[in-house]
Each structure stands twice: as structure tokens, then as C-alpha cells.
Design a protein around this ligand. Structure first.
Ligand code: ATP
Ligand code: MG
Length: 343
């Protein structure tokens, strides 16, 4: 680990595939911005497995435990070999119950002026992993079962997070998304609990609710009616990718995983091994995750400065990477951004 002497200690995980390239740009851009972070570089993912025999080394966990803050590149979990997803392990280790996925139009495409935030419950629901088969006759997999678990405490915690987030970020409305007409217990309880929480904020925020299927359609027909959306794990997972699609796909989508004691910021995309090492990766999503991290530590002015610079570079033809139809390499994009921040 190479800790910088001054600043807010934060763990930096380069990760796999295009991770090191985009993290390298992020470090240079954060320097130019005069960011408050003192990075502790740590390994995780496939590269860590190859180097130290562990997908998620104890040193990395210790670092995050100490700093409570991480910016992480994409991590690959090998398929086969019975490895559990590193991202899920991180989520569980630090009880990162809130997944926050803001989506904002930067390059107008199918939709213009999208600005919404999905808050997804990250530890409960149908993703808790209680799946099993029931054998019948000679077929060991005759019946497949999954159990969903929502707790009142967990529902209250995520709802409170979403409403607090909305207040803190000057948003106007929270929409609670559920399927309480069919999953009456599992998501009915989530809806009731979130509405109760909403009462405490009624003087500051509007709130309403939607059934998930209707919400999915309305996101396509009229996404501008939404502001902050809060939902359970499975629905939140699906809707957050749909929302990323409204602003041009996963390449531009940042995410934050937030718990009581730690927060981990990341690009939503994967390690993209097909373009790794070629200077083709777009670092925007990771940089936007960095902006969320600045917001999180109470540096909204720096966060906004970074977002404005990213917007400005992406607004020029020469500033776009290949995935956006431009000719800028990963590091060239970084250079242009740094020029803009210094200028
Ligand atoms: P993983 O197995 O880690 O999920 P992946 O290749 O599936 O890796 P995705 O994020 O799902 O990664 O990306 C799908 C494709 O989108 C990539 O193969 C790549 O071509 C493109 N892509 C993803 N992220 C970026 C990026 N930051 N810049 C440019 N292209 C990207
Ligand atoms: Mg993928």
C-alpha cells in the first residue's frame, strides 16, 4: 500500500481488465482537482487471486475497515471453481445496504434532460441466496425454490436512506416501487414501512408509489415524472439498468454502495476484457463515481467541478472515447479533463 501522507484516507482498488487504466486516469484527475483523498492502493479480483491466491485479500478488507471509503475498479469473479462474487462479499462484509445509482443525461441520445436517482436495497429481498431444489422421483431438480426476505428494520433503513438522500441533495420527490398487489407480504411490508417513513418527511418532500411493472413502462413513456426511486433488491437491480439505458447505457453509469460504516464507489460496468490494455476504455463512469464519493465526504463543490469538467470534455467531438464514437484514448481523455480543471 502506498499511502499519500495528507488527506482523507481512502482505499483505491484498481481491479481487473480496464480497471487499472481507468483508475490511473482517476488518480491523475483527482490530483488536478486537488481532491481531499489520500489513496491506499489495494488489490482485489482476479488479479489478486493470481498474485496472492485470494480474490479478496485480508489486507484489502482491513484497509476498507480502516478508511471506511473506497473507489474501486471492476472486479472479475472467475466462473466455475465455486467462487462467490467479490462484489457480493464486499457488500456483505461491510453491510452496504444502499445501492445508489444516479442517472443524468450528459450526451443527449434517445432521451434528453434525464436526472433521476435509483436507491436499491442491497442486502435483503429475493437476493439473499436461500435457493434450493426439491427432488421428485428420479429428478433431483424437479422443483426450484427461492426465498425472499424483507425485514421491517431493513425496509425502514433503506427508506430512511432514500428520503434523507433526497433532502440532502435538494430533490423534490421519492417514489416507492413495489409489487404489493401480488407479493403482499414481502413487498407489501416494504411499501407500508416506506410510506410510514415518508410521513416524517411530508413537510419537505413529495412521495408516491408505483407497482414495478407500471413503473417500468412509465420510465420509458415519461421518465421525467420521476426523481428519486426507492425499491427492493430485485426490482432495484432491474430498474437501475433500465435507468442507465435512458442515459446511454452502462458506460456512463456510476454507483455507490453505502453502509453504516463504509461506502464503496464504482463504475457500474464490468471489466471489459475485450478492450483491456488498449487505451479504449471510457473512464467517465468511474470518475462520476468519484464525484459521488466527493459528495459523500461533504465536498459538493469539488464534486460539481468534476462533473462540469466531464460534461464539458464529453461535449467536444475530440473529447469522446471510442464507445461514444470519438477518437480519444483513455489517457487522452484524462489529459483533456485535467487541462479543463487547471484552465
Ligand atoms: P465483466 O465480466 O467484468 O462483467 P464485461 O465484459 O461483461 O466484464 P461489461 O461492463 O458488461 O463488462 O461490458 C460489456 C462491454 O461494454 C465490454 O465488453 C466493452 O466492450 C463495453 N464497455 C464496458 N465498459 C466500458 C468502458 N468503461 N469503456 C468502453 N467500453 C466499455
Ligand atoms: Mg458483464
Amino acid at each position: 500500500a502506498n499511502a499519500t501522507p495528507h488527506g482523507i484516507p481512502a482505499t483505491l482498488i484498481p481491479g481487473d481488465g480496464i480497471g487499472p487504466e481507468i483508475v490511473d486516469v482517476a488518480v491523475r484527475v483527482f490530483d488536478a482537482l486537488g481532491s481531499p483523498f489520500a489513496w491506499e492502493t489495494q488489490q482485489a479480483g482476479l488479479n489478486a487471486l493470481e498474485k496472492s491466491g485470494d480474490l479478496l485479500p485480508a489486507e484489502t478488507l482491513d484497509s476498507i475497515r480502516r478508511t471506511g471509503l473506497a473507489l474501486k475498479g471492476p472486479l472479475t469473479t472467475p466462473v466455475g471453481g465455486g467462487f462467490r462474487s467479490v462484489n457480493v462479499r464486499l457488500r456483505e462484509a461491510f453491510q452496504l445496504y444502499a445501492n445508489v445509482r444516479p442517472a443524468r443525461t450528459i450526451i443527449p441520445g434517445r432521451y434528453d434532460k434525464i436526472d433521476l436517482v435509483l436507491v436499491r436495497e442491497n442486502l435483503e429481498g429475493l437476493y439473499v441466496g436461500h435457493e434450493h431444489y426439491v427432488p421428485i422421483g428420479g429428478d433431483p431438480h424437479a422443483v426450484a425454490m427461492a426465498t425472499g426476505i424483507n425485514t421491517r428494520a431493513g425496509s425502514r433503513r433503506i427508506a430512511r436512506f432514500a428520503f434523507d438522500y433526497a433532502v440532502r441533495n435538494q430533490r423534490r420527490k421519492v417514489t416507492i416501487v413495489h409489487k404489493a398487489n401480488v407479493l403482499k407480504a414481502l413487498t407489501g411490508m416494504f411499501l407500508e414501512t416506506a410510506k410510514e417513513v415518508g410521513l416524517d418527511y411530508a413537510d419537505r418532500l413529495e412521495y408516491d408509489d408505483r407497482i414495478v411493472d407500471a413503473c417500468a413502462m412509465q420510465l420509458v413513456l415519461n421518465p421525467w415524472q420521476f426523481d428519486v426511486i426507492v425499491s427492493t433488491n430485485l426490482f432495484g437491480d432491474i430498474l437501475s439498468d433500465q435507468i442507465a439505458g435512458l442515459v446511454g447505457g452502462l458506460g456512463m453509469a456510476p454507483g455507490a454502495n453505502i453502509g453504516e460504516d463504509a461506502a464503496i464507489f464504482e463504475a457500474v460496468h464490468g471489466s471489459a476484457p475485450d478492450i483491456a490494455g488498449k487505451g479504449l476504455a471510457n473512464p467517465s463512469a468511474l470518475l462520476l463515481a468519484g464525484a459521488l464519493m466527493l459528495d459523500h465526504v461533504g465536498k459538493p463543490a469539488q464534486a460539481q467541478k468534476l462533473r462540469d469538467a466531464i460534461d464539458a470534455v464529453l461535449a467536444t467531438d475530440s473529447g469522446r472515447t471510442a464507445d461514444l464514437g470519438g477518437g480519444a484514448s483513455t489517457s487522452k481523455f484524462g489529459d483533456l479533463l485535467i487541462e479543463r480543471l487547471r484552465g
